[in-house]
Each structure stands twice: as structure tokens, then as C-alpha cells.
Design a protein around this ligand. Sequence first.
Ligand code: GLY
Length: 422
Amino acid sequence: MKVMIVGSGGREHTLAWKISQSPLVGDIVFVPGNGGMEQMGECVKAGVSDPAAVADIAAERGVDLTVVGPEAPLVSGIVDEFESRNLKVFGPSGSAARLEGSKGFAKTLFERYGIPTGRALQFDNYDEAKAHVLSIPAPLVVKADGLAAGKGVIIAPDTQAALDALKQCMVDEVFGDAGCRVLVEEFMEGPEVSILSLSDGKDVAHMVPSQDHKRAYDNDEGPNTGGMGAYSPVPLLDPGTEDHIHSIAMKATVDAMAAEGIPYRGVLYGGLMLTDSGPKVLEFNVRFGDPETQVVLPRLESDLVPGLLATIDGTVGSLEMEWTPDYCVCVVIASGGYPGSYTTGFPITGLKAASSDPKVEVFHAGTRLEDGKVVTAGGRVLNVVALGSDFAEARGLAYQAVEMISFEGMHYRTDIGHRAMA
Ligand code: GLY
């Protein structure tokens, strides 16, 4: 089977690594890929925002299965385009992808079907949003309705910060159309957990839980990022609570979408907060998490490809996935300055030595090949991933490998997995 992977980050490189181990798979083509994927197969340097152009690439190359990594093409309807041309594709339709593409759509669905989540009101009118913010106590959370490259959720510690966030979204339009509608949501506290589940629109197969580290610096300080590291399993999530989340959040959402006539097929990513009053959904994403994928897929002992196909064929109910009890830790190495501005094009050394231990993988995120050499090309540059029979081993191996890698200005957190170690 020829597989095409759409995307260019660490998540896609990890998917490629896992998919390439499948006896069902021959060649893999990437659109557009990165420096890691360039070493695995053809990378077609095209944009991913035009669904028809990506479908043309799949059709021209006789691709049997396309796996879409990032949310933007899913929300733009890439799956609908592929299906209209009888091209097999993994992921939700554009309508189903509104679960991530519109926070208002998701919140309305949660409220209608009793899926536990933070209380929120939605506003299209700036003056009404302002009046509401002035009438309730802070802290609170302001969310842009649409896709905002991970920057559309603003935690406002006081009323002025909330008013500033509203102005940014609705008046200054820093997120474009995505911020014309906002949600003003209650502030909740507690540890977060990410659950990835495969669904065919009816049945759901859950993957092992993980937790990422969103802040840039140690001790969860500094600005929010796409994720500076992750680990799995999550010791603070007891099996009873995990089962409860599967039922009241993951399966409940798939059932709710089916009841709305919008079957959800693909991978559903639930971001939940474990609050004093039980687990609550913070968000759903319609794709694999990044960097959660980097710690979940190394723990999957069975083949991923039958799971991807089962979401398309409607056979998730009989899907078996086997997991290693081993622990997995991922440390993200970022460019100096990330998530603010940063410079790219720096040569990276030590990659071979870092991945010489069979328990260590180095997945590429923001890299590219220049004259056959790997150079930096993005904010999050590399994901160093290690398995171990306990957390200490996985963490120790990951950091040992990180220290072998070098590029100008590189930055990483030194405390990934600290909550699990505690
Ligand atoms: N790790 C956060 C995300 O994938 O959205």
C-alpha cells in the first residue's frame, strides 16, 4: 500500500515512523514533510491549504491511503475532497472537523448532550461581550471561536486582561475572522490530560493517555507553546477516572455527533482538566496531538495502519490495539526565542549519536535538509523520545540523548515528566 502523509511536524514524522513499520505499507509520500521525512521518502513541497491540489498529488502518485496530520486542511474539507474523488483518506469531514474549527460549535454540542465542560457564553457583539465580562468576576478565559494557530485561548487573570483579550479578538481582529465570535468561559483549575481515540462514527477505540507541557520554561512558567514535551502513561489518572472520561467525554461526543447527523471518523483528541468536580472537557481536536503522538505511538505494540483503516471501513468495534506498559517521555528541543521570534537555518549536530540507543528516537519537527545536512527550520525543531521500564529510565535516556544534540540557540525544558516523577 502506498501511503501519503500530509503535514510537516513532529507528529507527522512520528506517524511516518510508526506507519513505515507496517507490513501493509510500501512507499510513503509526504506533503510537504520536513528534514526527517525527506530521509524516508518523496517530499512534495506543496502547501496543504488547497484540498484539490493535495488530492491531485495523491491521484497522480497512485496513493492508496492519505493520513492528514494538521487541523487546518481538515477544517478546510480536505477529507470531503478526497472522498468525492474516491481517494481513501483518514480524518473527519469538514463538518465534523468543526469540533476543533469552531469552539462555539463544540460548546453548543457539549451543552446539548450533557458533556461536562466549563460554563461559557458566546458573543458576536463586542459591546455585549464587554458588558458580560464587566458583570462577572475574574479570572476567566476568553476563546476565539475559530482556528488561531494555538493562540486563541487567553487566560485572563483579571477583568482588564479579559477586556484586552476581547478587544484583540473582536476589534483588532488579530486572529482574523477566527476571533469575530468569542466565548467567555469560566476559569477552571487542575491537571490536564490528553486522550486520543479512534472512531468510525459509531464505535470508539481509546489509546493510552498522555500529558503535555504547554509552557515554554521549567516549572510551567513562561508563555504558552505548542507543547514542550509530553509523557505517557499519566500516573495521576487512575483507571476508574480514565474509563469515566472514555464514556462521558470521548464516546459521548462521538454519539452526540452521530445524533446530529455528522458522524465523526478519524482520531478524536480530548483535552480534559481533572477538576475537583470531576473531569471537564477543555477542548476537542480533530487530529493527533503534538507532542502527545510522540509518546503514545511508541507505546503501541500493534500495527497502527489497521486502526486507521478501521475508522474508514467502520470496523473500530472489532479493533484490538496492544500497548507496552513501558513509560515514554518526549523532550522538545526548540529554537532560541520560541514561541516568540527566532532565527532558522542553523546546522544541527549529534543526531546520529542521540538516536543510537534502540530505546531512543529523534523525531524531526522544524527541520529541513540543506546540501544533505539537517538544519533548523521552525520553532519546535526536534522531539527526543525514549522508552523505559520506569519513568526515571525513560527520562534519563531522553535527556542523555538531548545533551548529544547541538545547534545555535537551542532551548529545552529540563523538567519534562516532573509531575509523573513526583
Ligand atoms: N499538544 C497540544 C495539541 O496538540 O494541540
